[in-house]
Design a protein around this ligand. Sequence first.
Ligand code: BES
Ligand code: MN
Ligand code: ZN
Length: 493
Amino acid sequence: MKIDVIRKLPEHLDTLILMQEESGTIQSVEYVPAELLSPIETFMKSEEFSFSYANLKSFSMIVAKRRLNIILLGVGDKEALTPNKLRNLFASAIRTAAKMNARQIYLFPGFTSTVNDVAFGHVLAESALLVAYRFDKYLNSDKNKLFPESLHYVLNTKNTRHLNRGILEGRIYADATNLARDMVNEPANVMTPDALAEAAKRAALQYGFTIETHSQDKLRRIKMDAFLAVGRGSVREPKLIIMRFNGNPDKRQECIALVGKGLTYDSGGYCIKTPQGMVNMKNDMGGAAAVIGAMCAISSMKLKVNVVAIVAACENMISGDAYRTGDIITSMAGKTIEVINTDAEGRLTLCDAIHYAIEKEHADRIVDIATLTGAAVAALGNQFSAVVTNNDAWLEQLKTAASFTGENIWQLPAHDEYKELLKSDIADLKNVGGPMGGAITAGLFLREFVQDKPWLHIDIAGTALKDKESGINPYGATGVGVRMLTSLLKGME
Ligand code: BES
Ligand code: MN
Ligand code: ZN
């Protein structure tokens, strides 16, 4: 989709979005063709339309034998706008336009925002590209459905430098998110551990970060036995994917590790899930997709940070050789783990991946992101991702990033007393802490492997997938985490 800022309108308009603050008037919106003012006002009167926040109405009319779509959208009090509110406003208008089969969208802003031009351009482009995303490659019908070709922001200014910089940045964020969505939406029969590694390689080539993968033999040699135990039930071999971006080579003072859970499918193993619990488990690599997407965006923007991303990709399946409950496995870090539940597999792959990041890649800080627990969904529903940390100062930075990108996060208490729940009589740790506080104990399990490094754990079990479209998100994968991680690292340049 082409996105630009224009001052000259073509002769024929296809779709018009009019955004207006509640106290303003249509007449004051620049460039709106004079002959449209009276039909718009008539429509507003008949509908008793007011430009209160997020109020939206649309209609079509014939002008010079062509159909013209008009979308009215209330901004409410422009002083109360934030980048995220703007993003949601744009999203609802552009989604409406797409549903009206708009090809060229002209957006008329009847307000001047207190959001700065870079952020404004960013959320404009980002929302348009995120809303226009579809995963339709397996649909034989509906294939030729038209989608918007262009979005023109109609503005009377010569100084579009900051807006355009924001548009560029928003496009990078959205493209990376859509790449992650694609990976998650692919079914598990296609997106195997191998295929995930290949997809990451293609992304590395395209965006300019380096990548290395380790196969089973190598993983055995370096004793990633917790990771290997989870993958053992599948005929598809596990793959460790290591991606690096050194944006600050002369100051190699700090390397930040992004560790993403990469279960391409989670049947639960011998502690098998119910059919209902299993149906969406192709999305159990949503954390992996988030870190791969973030690597793309980070390299695109050439951020001055050193980042390594680690994905331990495998499938949790059942077979004669799958791991069992009661098994005691020795993690790469040397800590022994009693397997109480084979469905608590994510933390077993992550604890080795985290240890790998520290030992082999010399990571100084760690963020892990994972569709880790149903308990996080029970606690926060599908609007907030749960966060556990050992470093509140760093969490503040994540909060700033997440509030800009509109990806809601909420901290869970990681009080030491909860650790009792992970005590085993015969090993260093149990892999589950029982029915209470499951999202917390999962986090505390991982904390055992981060040593003294600042660490953020983001549980996206509730937020990685939508069962119906809303805001910037379509049905299916949201790509949650890509923009939040990118923005976090941008703030750490
Ligand atoms: N991948 C699941 C968590 C999940 C649940 C993600 C729902 C998305 C939606 C994870 O591997 C899992 O099965 N967790 C168990 C842990 C339990 C056995 C301690 C869970 O949450 O039930
Ligand atoms: Mn599981
Ligand atoms: Zn899982």
